[in-house]
Design a protein around this ligand. Structure first.
Ligand SMILES: [Fe+2]
Length: 366
């Protein structure tokens, strides 16, 4: 089914179920030739059970000296260039912290009322739509069976600002400290990952160190409630197929399966089940743009679990998207062949892509 422009403008929760990504091509700011349905179409899709997403051991980077860093960069770069995803082990973050964080996500969504959550309804600040997203309202183009809550750097008192008020961002006490610990631990991985990507591309490894020190990020709490028989029959998925609009995303391995990665080489979906305690890493649109398409922004989505018995269990995930601040310019890296893209501000780039999810007036074109 191909939607016309009018259909897209009138896109509703219903039409979104049948949409394919190319219906929204006009919003893209990097080349995306892959075609896929936004939601899993159980009878019409193929799965790639052979592709193994690589596990990259960060101890090579942290403990392996110069040789270790070279080896880690080679392994990580090959994984990202190949499929756009890698699994990080040896990252040094305690698995128990992730278990505590999952409990806190469940507490946040299960013990607050919808009215309380709606006081924090998402709105754009800079590039990013921040705050609470009710179920089926993550985007206007697809009725995802997920509630979300996005917290950016300013939601954590990381810079000790005197005008910071926890209650501006958090609906109760005890959430911010746990999630602050998660984002602070993961912040320590930002430079090692970016340096390794740059090294792989034969660029100066420290080229982004300054831009990525105290950079902005979007930390998203996803709460996928148990799937009812009605939801299951509706054709909606847990999260639509999409590419991340960021440099890269850290995604601690989840409690319930469902993550699928699109292999653009063969048009099949890879079910990605990473070992608990590891972190899934994937590259997003910013990286595809600055690497001149060398490292792809790979499509992924969240489907219902394979085992029906897990339908009754909530699924929780806590991805952290790493951004550049809005006034930075995205430019093809020096030394990469014939740039395909013009320099563009991060603000314009980001909001033009994400206006497909939030409406055309979301884009900032100043
Ligand atoms: Fe994503």
């Amino acid at each position: 089914m191909i939607l016309t422009d009018v259909d897209i403008m009138n896109s509703t929760k219903e039409t979104g179920i049948f949409a394919v990504n190319q219906d929204f091509k006009k919003y893209e700011q990097v080349n995306k030739n892959q075609q896929y349905h936004l939601a899993e179409n159980e009878n019409a899709e193929q799965f790639d059970d052979d592709y193994q997403i690589k596990i990259c051991d960060m101890r090579l980077f942290f403990e392996g000296g110069e040789e270790g860093r070279k080896q880690f960069a080679a392994e990580l770069g090959a994984a990202l260039e190949g499929i756009g995803f890698a699994i990080l082990s040896g990252h040094g973050i305690d698995e128990e912290l992730y278990e505590t964080a999952e409990e806190k996500v469940a507490e946040l969504f299960e013990t607050t009322t919808l009215d309380e959550r709606m006081k924090y309804e998402a709105s754009r600040f800079g590039s990013v739509n921040q705050g609470y997203f009710p179920i089926k309202e993550t985007t206007i183009i697809h009725p995802d069976l997920v509630e979300g809550w996005v917290f950016c750097r300013r939601a954590f008192n990381l810079d000790n600002k005197t005008d910071y008020r926890e209650s501006d961002f958090w609906s109760g006490k005890g959430f911010e400290p746990v999630f602050r610990e998660v984002v602070q631990q993961q912040e320590k991985l930002i430079l090692p990952i970016m340096q390794s990507i740059l090294r792989y591309l034969d660029c100066e490894p420290h080229f982004f160190d300054k831009k990525l020190t105290d950079t902005n990020f979007g930390f998203r709490l996803n709460y996928y409630p148990p799937i009812s028989a009605e939801d299951s029959a509706s054709g909606a998925g847990r999260m639509l197929g999409h590419e991340d609009v960021d440099l890269f995303t850290f995604l601690p391995a989840q409690n319930v399966d469902g993550l699928q990665v699109f292999n653009r080489e063969n048009g099949k979906w890879i079910r990605l089940n990473a070992p608990r305690g590891t972190i899934i890493l994937n590259t997003g649109d910013y990286i595809q743009r600055i690497t001149n398409d060398r490292l792809p922004s790979t499509t992924h989505r969240v489907s219902k679990p394979k085992e029906k018995s897990l339908f009754a269990k909530p699924r929780i995930s806590i991805p952290m998207a790493v951004y550049l601040w809005e006034d930075e310019i995205l430019e093809v890296l020096p030394g990469l062949e014939t740039p395909k893209y013009e320099p563009i501000s991060a603000l314009k780039f980001h909001t033009n892509i994400t206006s497909k999810y939030y409406g055309d007036d979301y884009a900032v074109n100043e």
